[in-house]
Design a protein around this ligand. Structure first.
Ligand code: SF4
Ligand code: SF4
Ligand code: FES
Length: 320
């Protein structure tokens, strides 16, 4: 048995104006999970400690919470792996959500973004044969298997820094789920779905990889790349700044081996968009020029640019 001190976030929106912390010591088996440690604290010491849970097996997606500052499923996190040298484990509600009571948060923004996807198949026809069964080849199914494992735990959403600065951003789970329908051969709304997720700020993703930690290996970070590639391949919403920016960045690196910043600004904002260019350059341009730091207008290719181009071709990176 091991003694663990749970350093708990405590807050009840019905009565509290500010949160406080409780330090609760429990004696638990060495290999117990954070969820079981919380259950012990609730059963033996303070029945008012609140947290969501159901399956205790990383299946239902309820028990996501911040453990020592990093969001994870409490039922999949072993106390042994996270306990600090002083014997404590800090447990907080997921970041990027409004706390309701202790570790229970308001999930509405997360579910609203999911509901906007229309997360159900929308096939083209509805003949009686297809009402019964729509067969998918093993190859077509392979693309969907990993993402279909998503348990909507919101761990990735809580870890996403873009959600924290721009709550309008759909977030990694919704984009991964959009991918699940975009790539489903039975669905007839591929372009509409790409347009919808683009409107929900798909292109705001900064590819920081914070959401690559997913307890079900959905890898939403990679699914976001797939959805962006699908948008470019199908030429959906290509007048938006996001895809234009991605393409011009790729193009200049492929051409020169360097990021040609002047070209990136022109290509993203629009060469003839005078108002947009003034807006983009007004705050920084003059200050950079005064300090002699303005980017060059023309960038010469680096000596081994062919090697860069080989990488682009091997990865099939779209540049236009
Ligand atoms: S993608 Fe992974 S982390 Fe995100 S909600 Fe789904 S299962 Fe949870
Ligand atoms: S990769 Fe994109 S979606 Fe994932 S955490 Fe970073 S910004 Fe958010
Ligand atoms: S209790 Fe179900 S995922 Fe943890």
């Amino acid at each position: 048995m091991a003694k663990i001190k749970l350093d708990l976030f405590r807050f009840d929106e019905a009565v509290d104006t500010v949160p406080h912390r409780d330090l609760i010591e429990v004696e638990v088996p060495e290999a117990t999970t954070v969820l079981d440690a919380l259950e012990t604290a609730k059963a033996e010491i303070d029945g008012s400690i609140s947290f969501r849970r159901s399956c205790r097996s990383a299946i239902c997606g309820s028990c996501s919470m911040s453990i020592n500052g990093v969001t994870a499923l409490a039922c999949k996190t072993n106390c042994r792996d996270v306990v600090k040298d002083d014997g404590t484990i800090a447990v907080d509600p997921m970041q990027n959500f409004q706390p309701m009571k202790d570790m229970v948060v308001h999930m509405d923004p997360f579910w609203d973004k999911y509901a906007r996807l229309k997360p159900y198949l929308q096939p083209k026809d509805k003949d009686s044969e297809h009402e019964i069964e729509r067969r998918v080849s093993p190859d077509d199914m392979k693309k969907l298997v990993d993402v279909a494992n998503c348990i909507m735990c919101a761990t990735c959403y809580s870890l996403c820094p873009v959600v924290s600065v721009d709550p309008a951003f759909a977030g990694p789970a919704a984009i991964a789920y959009a991918y699940r329908f975009i790539e489903d051969v039975r669905d007839a709304k591929r372009d509409e779905r790409i347009a919808q997720i683009s409107e929900d700020y798909l292109w705001l993703c900064a590819h920081c990889y914070a959401c690559s930690y997913c307890p079900k290996h959905v890898e939403p970070n990679n699914r976001i790349v797939d959805v962006k590639r699908a948008a470019i391949k199908d030429r959906v919403m290509m007048n938006e700044r996001g895809p234009r920016h991605a393409l011009v960045v790729s193009k200049t690196i492929k051409q020169t081996g360097m990021l040609a910043e002047t070209e990136v600004i022109l290509g993203t904002v629009g060469r003839f968009n005078v108002v947009g260019l003034i807006k983009a350059l007004a705050p920084l341009g003059p200050r950079m020029a005064l300090r002699g730091k303005q980017p060059p207008v023309f960038v010469k290719p680096i000596p081994k640019v062919d090697e860069v181009r080989t990488i682009f071709e091997a990865l099939e990176v779209p540049v236009s």
